[in-house]
Design a protein around this ligand. Structure first.
Ligand SMILES: [Fe+2]
Length: 382
């Protein structure tokens, strides 16, 4: 059990990106690296954010080559750019990949070494450079967590670097920024958010604060995610609701943990480079089915969150079943592709399952999971 903490100052409202100049001034920044990904180049956001920086008297270098499942070497390259131009801070504009690469780079800028050297909690000696996170998807939560998850190319696995000083200093959570997000990314990152909330509130580190946050995120997603997926460009109300859910779910799992869905999706991301949100969207229901009997009371309560007053006199087992059916219905309606679309070689299942068991969050599963449990789920999905 960990105590609740939230050192990041979070601005959360449509249009709040315009406060960037104030935020850089508050942090005393004059030269920063703006980290983005190639997909964002086609949107107006990098130019507009650059304009806000200049308006605040801040010079910026751009790093625009963050890939999905960002590599440890990408974080090193950003840190090299910081050193080359003697930059003072990091502004990350993008999805979870950008935020995670930028968080690790801010740490590497003040600590000699590579991300692998600091794998684990609080192993780096010096505090990172100041960092501002501006998410552009509705599914990372990384703007309010202490962890950066990176792909280690040689070993084809994910590593986590984390520490009390790796929380971004400030986050600008602006729902306008997801108006340009492609439909599938709204769906996949939205279900990643649902996964964060469901895992946070069913895992062994769940606590009253993370439970309250997770319930809020789950209620928002069941009410608004389908609307956001249908018309994210025009439905401002749905956009704002799913963006709020994303950060609130980040606050939930950041103060509890994730569990088996992420253990498996991170193995798949490390080995097959599959998109994180999509992997979670496919795995959420099957893994929660595995936990059903062990998390029954909590799953029944969550049914009450999405359908208040419905079937309250029914046994918990039935209400838990209905909650999982709601998740399955939602992912079906969002047209999440099947597991077979990943083209996973069954010969790799043992390695994927072993890596999932070794994941730092494996111990947080409500029902203890071993390599054999993950193998069972992979076999069912194939
Ligand atoms: Fe996630």
């Amino acid at each position: 059990m960990i105590g609740y903490r939230m050192p990041t100052r979070v601005h959360i409202a449509p249009g709040c990106r315009a406060r960037l100049g104030e935020v850089t001034a508050a942090l005393g920044l004059e030269r920063v690296v703006l980290v983005i990904d190639p997909g964002l180049r086609a949107t107006p956001w990098p130019e507009e954010i650059g304009h806000f920086l200049l308006g605040g008297g801040v010079q910026r270098q751009i790093f625009d080559a963050v890939e999905p499942n960002p590599r440890t070497t990408t974080a090193v390259r950003i840190a090299e750019l910081i050193a080359e131009y003697d930059l003072e801070g990091v502004v990350a504009l993008g999805g979870g990949s950008v935020l995670d690469a930028a968080k690790a780079a801010a740490m590497l800028a003040t600590n000699e070494g590579t991300p692998e050297d600091f794998e684990g909690p609080s192993l780096y000696p010096e505090p990172p450079l100041p960092m501002i996170a501006i998410p552009t998807t509705c599914g990372t939560g990384s703007e309010v967590t202490w962890v950066s998850v990176l792909s280690h190319e040689e070993s084809r696995r994910k590593i986590s670097v984390k520490g009390e000083t790796m929380f971004p200093d400030q986050a600008l959570v602006d729902a306008d920024l997801i108006a340009t997000l492609p439909r599938d990314l709204v769906a996949w990152t939205g279900v990643d958010t649902l996964t964060h909330a469901v895992e946070a509130t069913t895992c062994t580190l769940a606590n009253p604060v993370s439970d309250a946050l997770a319930e809020k995120a789950i209620a928002l997603l069941f009410e608004y995610l389908e609307r956001a997926v249908a018309d994210v460009a025009n439905d401002a109300e749905a956009r704002e609701a799913v963006m709020r859910a994303s950060t609130v779910a980040g606050l939930a799992f950041g103060n509890a943990d994730v569990a088996g869905v992420h253990c498996l999706s991170e193995s798949l991301g490390g080995m097959y480079d599959v998109p994180h949100g999509l992997a979670n969207a496919i795995l959420l229901a099957p893994v929660m089915r595995h936990h059903q009997a062990f998390a029954e009371r909590r799953l029944a309560e969550l049914y009450g969150v999405v359908r208040p007053g419905d079937d309250t006199r029914r046994p918990a087992s039935e209400r838990a079943e209905r909650f999982l059916e709601r998740i399955e219905d939602l992912t079906r309606r969002l047209e999440i592709p099947p597991f077979s679309s990943f083209g996973i070689d069954p010969g790799d299942h043992p390695t994927i399952a072993e890596m999932a068991e070794r994941n730092g969050s494996n111990g947080s599963n409500p029902r203890p999971m071993t390599t054999a449990s993950y193998l069972e789920i992979l076999a069912e999905l194939s």
